[in-house]
Write a protein that binds this ligand. Structure first.
Ligand code: SF4
Ligand code: SF4
Length: 98
């Protein structure tokens, strides 16, 4: 399986978020301008890092340490499954300011 195949295209990482010490808040009303809300896919996937300066590649390091990925992220689950997730489970909440 390729690394990219782990992603389940939930799209949660393509929205604005606020990171609190114990909670990650994801604002579903603030998607990235390149996020297609119907397909839940990135409309510029192959050029995403050039087009979007805020877009970050999910690496194994991020899967292990990132506080900006929700616990439901398939990469975080991958890291947990391999016992290399270095952060405890955290609540994440979905909000909408629309
Ligand atoms: S550019 Fe990055 S953050 Fe924006 S929709 Fe594509 S993958 Fe998501
Ligand atoms: S949160 Fe994780 S599983 Fe969901 S789209 Fe982002 S990288 Fe993929």
């Amino acid at each position: 399986m390729k690394w990219e195949d782990i992603c389940v295209n939930c799209g949660l990482c393509c929205h604005e978020k606020v990171i609190y010490p114990d909670v990650l808040e994801i604002d579903l009303s603030s998607p990235c301008e390149f996020y297609d809300e119907e397909t839940h896919l990135c409309s510029v996937y192959s050029e995403r890092f050039a087009k979007c300066h805020r877009c970050e590649k999910v690496t194994p390091f991020k899967a292990m340490f990132s506080r900006s990925l929700p616990d439901s992220c398939a990469y975080v689950e991958w890291a947990r499954k391999h016992h290399i997730r270095m952060r405890g489970k955290r609540e994440f909440v979905l909000s909408s300011s629309r």
